[in-house]
Design a protein around this ligand. Structure first.
Ligand code: IPM
Ligand code: MG
Length: 352
């Protein structure tokens, strides 16, 4: 199994470093090829996604990604910004299906800003389309109108086939869980969403066991706070999914705990924590490596067909949480604060 390792910026190298230790401790037949990405790659090569990095990602069976971005890159032209690396990888590798689970670990229910009774036991999956929508739509730009006023514009579109493949992924995910699928759109206003809703509705006939519902995105944003446990799998477009998945992460109170997967048609994927590069705490042994380790578990499960190893990592993480160890982001009085390295060592120890 060949893994491309793209640590990126900020806390990326620390959290990925600890995760590699966990993967090595599993003693699977894995090889790792490191490549720079994001700001780190820009500093080295002038490009956030160098051709060699993209080639390493293409060669690999799966990609383990840290995080990209930092204040020193914020004023670069858009094409050179670190975010372009992740957008480019998604597009170039055809990673259209983004799985973003939001799980509340019993030990961390008190860490949420929402009342524990609303979030305790929460386990939802947001399935976000990742290679279409207004993120990639053309035309886009900033232009001058005849009256001298400047105007920014972007184009939202989805083809039937794009909607169909992510909807299929949504129905299949629902079949593996509680068989409830909520499709989120803005069909009361947007043509793109009307087509989305029509296509998803038509597919439902192929999955008679799945209970399909539709919800407007504004209402979904509200319902996620009011009663998040009404949801199981939510499927939505790129932009709405970006926003709703950040919202859902906060229900758990611990963005440092949430993994994600971005998969292509064949199940090859890129795996990354959903949190960012956190430049303010980089290099200080403060970052929580658990989301990256849980992303590696998803990698073993979805791309490498190693369910037992995936479950082993997840069990080790739960064991370490139960033992009371906490990085500062999930610390609560009565638990024991540890650093990135100590947390990594504890997970490695808990594997055996
Ligand atoms: C995410 C991020 C990215 C996105 C950015 C960094 C381009 O917010 O993965 O959710 O908008 O998709
Ligand atoms: Mg986002």
């Amino acid at each position: 199994m060949k893994i491309a390792v793209l640590p990126g910026d900020g806390i990326g190298p620390e959290i990925v470093g600890q995760t590699i230790k966990v993967l090595e401790a599993l003693k699977l037949n894995m090889s790792f090829e490191h490549a720079p990405v994001g700001g780190a790659a820009y500093d080295l090569t002038g490009e956030p996604l160098p051709a060699a990095t993209l080639a390493a990602a293409r060669r690999a069976d799966a990609v383990l990604f840290g995080a990209v971005g930092g204040p020193q890159y914020d004023n670069l032209p858009r094409a050179k910004r670190p975010e372009q690396a992740i957008l480019g990888l998604r597009k170039e590798l055809g990673l259209f299906a983004n799985l973003r689970p939001a799980i509340v670990y019993p030990e961390l229910a008190g860490a949420s800003a929402i009342k524990p009774e609303i979030v305790a036991g929460l386990d939802i999956l947001i399935l976000r389309e990742l290679t279409g929508d207004i993120y990639f739509g053309q035309p886009r730009g900033i232009r001058q109108l005849p009256n001298g006023d400047r105007e920014g514009f972007d184009t939202m579109h989805y083809s039937e086939s794009e909607v169909r493949r992510i909807a299929h992924a949504g129905f299949r995910a629902a079949m593996k869980r509680s068989k409830r699928l909520c499709s989120v759109d803005k069909a009361n206003v947007l043509e793109t969403s009307q087509l989305w809703r029509d296509v998803v509705t038509a597919l439902a006939a192929e999955y008679p066991e799945v209970e399909l519902s539709h919800m407007y995105v504004d209402n979904a944003a509200m319902q996620l706070i009011r009663n998040p446990k009404q949801f199981d799998v939510m499927v939505t477009g790129n932009l709405f999914g970006d926003i709703l998945s950040d919202e859902a992460s906060m229900l758990t109170g611990s963005i440092g705990m949430l993994p994600s997967a971005a998969l292509d048609e064949k199940g090859k994927g890129l795996y990354e924590p959903i949190h960012g590069s956190a430049p303010d705490i980089a290099g200080k042994n403060l970052a929580n490596p658990l989301a990256t380790m849980l992303s590696a578990a998803m990698m073993l499960r979805y791309s490498l067909d190693q369910e037992a190893a995936a479950a082993k990592i997840e069990a080790a993480v739960r064991k370490v949480l139960a033992s009371g160890l906490r990085t500062p982001d999930i610390y609560q009085p009565g638990t024991q604060k540890v650093g990135t390295v100590e947390m990594g060592a504890a997970v490695v120890a808990a594997l055996s």
